[in-house]
Design a protein around this ligand. Structure first.
Ligand SMILES: Cc1cc2nc3c(=O)[nH]c(=O)nc-3n(C[C@H](O)[C@H](O)[C@H](O)COP(=O)(O)OP(=O)(O)OC[C@H]3O[C@@H](n4cnc5c(N)ncnc54)[C@H](O)[C@@H]3O)c2cc1C
Length: 403
């Protein structure tokens, strides 16, 4: 069992490294395929904008695309579609900087996607740290695994950072576009008429119930999505939880490398999230999750996990456990991408599909989804025929599968 677990975990790490190589090759292949697809699409859809302007509610005819959620996927998508001239309305539940311990480590493949989206400066000025690979530790032995970056310019590398700082940089870019509106509100439901999604109901920042319409709604409301149920097969597996701590006053053994301790039953991951802080994530299998609130988790970390921590990180690890409110916990969800094709709506990012967080690939997949979708939508200037558009966008789910 322990062996299987280790092999699975190592497989995850190797998969994420191979994923990076694959992402690069895939980019070249897909780019050629898309050029063909886009040529076909521009023949099928005339460039004239004929969005239906005859509705009665707010927003009809003024918005081409509604985006629900301005996390990594929603914000990057809004910027890219706005840059391409689409009129976009983004509704985000909370425009304050998120305070999450998720989405803090971006692979080099994800950074390449930021470049494709012209968003690479969003990792500047946030004290992001370069990530060149991981050192793996097991039974007193260690092995260094580096990202294969030889063929790239020196700025291409992974990045680790505070998720909230990165998200706010993305949102700032969105807010700079005059054809994109970014507002605070919570989408409560999709408006569906005869099987076609026409828009959303939402509560704005003042608690007022509003309705807005557009020919296409793209749902990017993350892994706790309350909208995905009607748009995809909604089964969720939770094989484990990540217990997170922020460590200070310590350095990782090798600069620009994260550290992964392949311990049993809890693998432990460390990476720098700023020049002064290290994130520690402990993977705790679902069958055995001690309670944070009654102190059992702190005890588990001290007695079961701390003895396996690298000596140079030990003191900071113990101090982090003792710091009030510093132990956080998040489910590692696995959600297959199994959408029900619904005219007028599309799901991307974690709302569509999630892999185990230890692969560190969620943001890379979300950004890759954004590139695919942006390229598919680029030639379309008339989104009003929901059924035809839905058929056309079916290829999104095929094109994304290679990642
Ligand atoms: C513990 C953990 C660690 C992780 N670590 C990494 C990592 O190191 N690297 C990595 O690449 N990935 C990591 N991931 C995965 C990564 O966080 C996600 O893949 C990524 O955030 C997905 O982006 P998203 O935009 O789809 O969703 P989110 O980033 O969750 O954004 C969703 C947005 O929608 C908003 N929203 C939600 N509901 C509504 C609503 N009803 N109306 C309006 N707005 C709404 C939310 O406020 C939020 O801003 C981790 C995940 C977990 C759980």
């Amino acid at each position: 069992m322990a062996e299987q677990y280790m092999v699975g975990l190592l497989g995850g790490v190797i998969a994420s490294l191979l994923g990076f190589v694959f992402l690069y090759c895939n980019f070249l292949i897909r780019f050629r395929g898309l050029r063909k697809l886009n040529r076909a699409a521009s023949m099928e859809f005339p460039k004239k904008n004929s969005v239906n302007k005859t509705g009665k509610s707010e927003g009809v005819g003024t918005t081409d695309i509604i985006i629900v959620g301005a996390g990594v996927a929603g914000a990057a998508l809004a910027y890219s579609l706005g840059k391409d001239g689409h009129r976009v309305r983004v509704i985000e539940r909370d425009l304050n900087a998120p305070n999450r311990m998720a989405g803090e480590s971006l692979t080099p493949g994800g950074y390449l996607k930021l470049i494709e989206l012209r968003l690479e400066d969003c990792v500047d000025e946030i004290d992001a740290q370069r990530l060149l690979g991981y050192t793996l530790y097991k039974d007193g032995k260690e092995a260094r695994v580096s990202f294969p970056l030889e063929k790239f310019q020196s700025h291409v590398a992974g990045r680790t950072f505070h998720n909230g700082r990165f998200i706010q940089r993305l949102r700032k870019k969105v807010a700079s576009l005059h054809n994109v509106s970014l507002e605070q509100g919570t989408v409560t439901s999709l408006i569906e008429e005869n099987g076609i999604v026409k828009g959303v109901h939402y509560k704005n920042g003042n608690g007022k119930l509003l309705t807005t319409y557009a020919p296409l709604t793209i749902v990017c409301d993350g892994c706790f999505s309350n909208l995905r149920r009607s748009l995809c097969y909604s089964k969720v597996d939770i094989p484990s939880y990540f217990v997170g701590l922020t460590l200070t006053n310590c350095n990782l053994p090798k600069e620009n490398y994260g550290a992964i301790i392949l311990a049993h039953p809890s693998a432990i991951v460390f990476y720098q999230i700023s020049s002064t802080e290290v994130r520690c994530m402990v993977n705790v299998p679902s069958e055995n999750v001690p309670s944070v609130s009654n102190g059992e988790m702190a005890c588990y970390l001290k007695t079961q996990v701390a003895p396996k921590v690298l000596p140079e990180l030990y003191d900071s690890f113990i101090s982090a456990i003792q710091k009030k409110g510093n132990i956080r916990i998040a489910p590692n969800k696995i959600m297959a991408a199994a959408p029900h094709l619904t005219p007028g709506a599309l799901l991307i990012g974690d709302a569509l599909n999630m892999r185990h967080a230890i692969t560190g690939g969620g943001m890379t997949v979300a950004l890759s989804d954004v590139v695919i979708l942006r390229d598919l939508l680029r030639p379309l200037h008339d989104l009003s025929d929901a059924s035809t558009i839905s058929k056309y966008l079916e290829s999104f789910y095929t094109l994304r599968k290679v990642l």
